[in-house]
Structures are given as C-alpha cells and as structure tokens.
Design a protein around this ligand. Structure first.
Ligand code: AMP
Length: 204
C-alpha cells in the first residue's frame, strides 16, 4: 500500500502516520524528519536544507526527490510506505509518479486558524513525539522524558510563510491527485481518533 499524507503544516499528518505505520506495517517516511535528522548530524544536505527551512521555504525539488527516491529503494518499502510531507509541489508529484505508483492520497483538510493554533502551541521531542501545549503539564516529553523544544519553523513569523507556501505551491498537488481519482479528503480539524477512524475505514 503506497500512501501519501497531504495537507497543511499542523494538519496532523505526522500524528496519524505513527498509528498507520503500526497498523499496516509499512514505514513512515517524513521528508521534514529526514531534514531535521540531517541538520542534527550537521551533514551537507542538512546545512543546505536549513537555510530554506528556517525561512519557511521549500527545499529545492531535486534535493527532496533525491532523498525520497533513495529511501523508497530500501527493502522495508517493498510492501508499501506512508509518505508524509512529500510531494509538496506538482513537480515532486510528477517525479514520484516516475519512481513508483501511488495508491491513495489522504488530504487532511484544516482551516487556517486551527493550523496557526496547533503550530504555535506545538512542542516537539527528539524521540519524534509532538504535543500541544494545552495538553501538557510539564516541559518534558510524556513518552520518553526528554526536554521538549519549539521547532525553529514553528515560530510565528515562519508559520505565516509556511502557510503562504502551502497555499500557493502545495494545495495544487491535491488537484493533481484528484484528477487521477486518488484523492481522499478527511476533515482534520477533529480529534485524532476520529480522523484515524475515517482513514482506517477507507483503507480497510
Ligand atoms: P515538515 O516537518 O513536513 O513540516 O517539514 C519541515 C520543512 O522541511 C518544510 O517547511 C520545508 O522547508 C522542508 N520540507 C519538508 N518536506 C519537503 C518537500 N517535500 N519539499 C520541499 N521542502 C520540504
């Protein structure tokens, strides 16, 4: 099962991916996580990507496509994958079509105010967990106990830019897949378990 999770930053794609990965036994591939791990390790790709990420801009297509292409060739992707945060441009979607066949694209629909609230209240952990400040009672990760942090690109001025990039560049990707009859829209303003139920009902 080759799945894509599409939607604005903060729509809940990463949170759903954690459960979907367990249920279907296929890897969760987040291009944002791949960049953050490269940044943490200080690699050349990480340094290059950071200059875009910190401004809320997209990393150039050829860099992202190269990373995804290499990752999809790894053996754990043979039974399928969950792509989270890729493709983000129509050009990336076209490149992906040349690499492999996509089965379904889940489009997380969420309004601007919800996104701003979620991103500005998001606290992240190096273990991969993300939490909303309203549901935390300390500054430590409820899963692993490490200190939580605010992603540089979750700061207010960067959030605005990311949303602009999403509306102008990534939203058309939904039309690309709609035209292929592969788009499944979910109302992602709801609680995580409700969104998950809809997705599982669709996937079986
Ligand atoms: P995310 O964690 O998915 O919100 O990604 C964080 C940042 O990484 C984005 O704001 C972009 O700067 C960069 N990024 C992640 N995925 C892509 C992609 N498919 N194309 C271009 N840039 C990306």
């Amino acid at each position: 099962m080759n799945l894509i999770l599409l939607g604005a930053p903060g729509a809940g794609k990463g949170s759903q991916a954690v459960n979907l990965k367990e249920r279907y036994g296929i890897p969760h591939i987040s291009t944002g996580d791949a960049f953050r791990s490269n940044i943490a390790k200080g690699t050349e790709i990480g340094l290059y990507a950071k200059s875009f990420i910190d401004k809320g801009l997209l990393v150039p297509d050829e860099v992202v496509v190269g990373i995804v292409d290499a990752r999809l060739k790894e053996p754990d992707c043979e039974k399928g994958f969950i792509l989270d945060g890729f493709p983000r441009t129509v050009n990336q979607a076209q490149a992906l079509d040349k690499i492999t066949a996509v089965d379904l694209v889940i489009d997380f629909k969420v309004d601007r105010a919800t996104v701003i609230n979620r991103l500005s209240g998001r606290r992240s952990c190096s273990c991969g967990g993300t939490f909303h400040i309203s549901k935390l009672d300390s500054e430590y990760c409820p899963v692993c106990g490490k200190k939580l942090y605010i992603r540089d690109d979750d700061k207010p001025e960067v959030i605005e830019e990311r949303l602009k990039v999403y509306e102008e560049t990534t939203a058309p990707v939904a039309d690309y897949y709609r035209a292929q009859g592969k788009l499944f829209e979910v109302d992602a303003t709801r609680e995580l378990d409700e969104v998950y139920r809809d997705i599982v009902e669709k996937l079986g």
